[in-house]
Design a binder for this molecule. Structure first.
Ligand SMILES: CC[C@H](C(=O)O)C(=O)SCCNC(=O)CCNC(=O)[C@H](O)C(C)(C)COP(=O)(O)OP(=O)(O)OC[C@H]1O[C@@H](n2cnc3c(N)ncnc32)[C@H](O)[C@@H]1OP(=O)(O)O
Ligand SMILES: [Co+2]
Length: 138
């Protein structure tokens, strides 16, 4: 694992939370992106070398909706940048960690992602993120 790629924060109302965090960070978000497969709409801030991802649910059975229902708004996950997500998934599986998705799946901000079960991370949901190379000349 190379570094923290982003910290995910579950919010009820992305527009309101964007305004709040713009005040806190003193800067605007740099993108809003919906990931329909995850049932989320995300907003990203780049604060120095660190990224914050705000996430709101776009459907009732979204992991974010369930999380907020159970635990309220707050830190949802920590994402780590990896060079080779498949290799990391194999390494972690070999050590007995539960990876929640068999194959890497398309995440936000141009990444392949995978998640470990939070119970295997002392109650922390850990996300693996590998940058998807932008094909030259596209
Ligand atoms: C991909 C787009 C974007 C990106 O960065 O690119 C994202 O980050 S999307 C983020 C949203 N997607 C996910 O979180 C996918 C992975 N999550 C899951 O598969 C589920 O949410 C899961 C398995 C973590 C929980 O499933 P579910 O909510 O259906 O089950 P439970 O409510 O029974 O939870 C089981 C157990 O885990 C605790 N829990 C749930 N979520 C979290 C969390 N985020 N952090 C810590 N713990 C969590 C929950 O409280 C239950 O524990 P218990 O002691 O039984 O209460
Ligand atoms: Co994330």
């Amino acid at each position: 694992m190379d570094k923290i790629e982003h910290i995910g924060i579950a919010v009820r109302d992305l527009a309101a939370s964007n305004k709040l965090f713009e005040k806190i960070f003193g800067m605007p978000h740099y993108k809003i992106e919906e990931v329909a497969s995850e049932g989320v709409r995300t907003s990203f801030f780049e604060v120095g070398p660190n990224k914050i991802e705000l996430l709101e649910a776009t459907k009732d059975d979204s992991p974010i909706a369930k999380f907020i229902e159970k635990k309220g708004e707050g830190i949802h996950h920590i994402a780590f940048a990896v060079t080779d997500i498949r290799k990391e998934m194999d390494r972690l599986r070999a050590q007995g960690f539960r990876i929640l998705n068999e194959e890497p799946k398309k995440g936000a901000d141009n990444k392949w992602v995978a998640f470990l079960h939070p119970k295997d991370g002392n109650g922390v949901l850990i996300e693996l993120c590998q940058e998807i190379p932008v094909r030259e000349n596209t």
